[in-house]
Write a protein that binds this ligand. Structure first.
Ligand SMILES: C[S@@+](CC[C@H](N)C(=O)[O-])C[C@H]1O[C@@H](n2cnc3c(N)ncnc32)[C@H](O)[C@@H]1O
Length: 277
């Protein structure tokens, strides 16, 4: 089969399977499996694909049609200025969290040797993105999941970045003080499990769900963070647009100053909090 026909049929297969971005996914899986650049895929469409190579492409396309996340099939993603291996051990890093990286980074611009903590680091995304951007920062990253931490350590090595990883429950044993505590904790209401996209079922449950309103982790996290921030230190949280304003209001009642920031689609997703007293 010619390359361009293989691409067309792969995209059709992914469309039929209900994949939300069938053409880009088909293109990326062909490029990756056949070790082709984007340009080669476009310019060499008339070339025949060897049967053995075609079989390898179809094996991957069928796994994507079964709604295995694209990132797991590619094995590695570019995220926030770092390369991250992605597999079932931790949440696939999301594009909206790159905006949290951007927002939290602004906190560090003026500090010469900031101390940073990433709570619930997963693949290590936020911790590694911050360390890559601020080489002088002293970055610690925690997670309850040993699996996630093993992947985060591999990602630190992949990027040659020095981050301290700790297996613990929220901030237990992490005394600080920290100039910045950043977290993308599990924040979905538990009822969302029933309607989750097939791809999301490949993320660990521990990474996603947090009680009836999705705040079962964020609430104690903020309470524990209060005593671990430097004067002027900041807590940045990613939450769900359904619960971010509610948590910000609760934090104001508990002596924090807060701002709620929108993501790039205009949804109120990020809470910045600092001690008002
Ligand atoms: C939404 S994922 C975020 C992963 C990563 N920070 C990111 O943005 O891609 C939440 C992470 O919190 C971790 N986690 C869940 N409960 C935790 C707890 N009690 N203490 C520490 N980490 C926890 C999960 O294992 C998961 O890695």
């Amino acid at each position: 089969m010619q390359l361009r026909d293989l691409l067309t049929r792969a995209a059709e297969r992914l469309t039929a399977a209900g994949v939300s971005s069938p053409e880009p996914d088909a293109r990326l899986l062909l490029e990756h499996t056949l070790n082709l650049s984007r340009t080669a895929l476009l310019l060499r469409g008339g070339e025949e694909v060897a049967p053995e190579a075609e079989a390898r492409v179809w094996a991957r396309i069928e796994r994507r049609a079964a709604r295995v996340p694209l990132q797991h099939l590619l094995g590695e993603v570019e995220w926030g200025g770092v390369r991250l291996k992605s597999d079932a051990r931790a949440l696939v890093p999301r594009p909206e969290t790159e905006w949290l990286l951007h927002l939290a980074s602004q906190q560090l611009q003026s500090l010469s040797q900031p101390r940073v903590l990433d709570v619930g680091t997963g693949t290590g995304a936020l911790a590694l993105g911050l360390k890559a951007a601020f080489a002088h920062a002293e970055v610690t990253a925690s997670d309850l999941s040993a699996d996630a931490l093993s992947l985060a350590r591999e990602n630190a090595a992949l990027n040659g970045l020095d981050v301290t990883f700790v297996q613990t429950d929220l901030l237990a044993g992490l005394d600080g003080p920290f100039d910045l505590i950043v977290s993308n904790p599990p924040y979905l209401p538990s009822a969302d499990r029933e309607t989750a996209d097939p791809e999301v079922r490949h993320d660990p449950d521990l990474a996603l769900y947090a009680g009836p309103d999705g705040l079962d982790l964020a609430r104690p996290l903020a309470a524990e963070a209060a005593a671990r921030l430097t004067p002027g230190g900041t807590l940045w949280l990613e939450l769900d647009p359904r619960n971010a304003p509610a948590l910000a209001a609760e934090l104001r009642g508990a002596g924090w100053a807060t701002e709620v920031h929108a993501d790039l689609t205009g949804r109120e997703r990020f809470v910045r909090a600092w001690r008002a007293e």
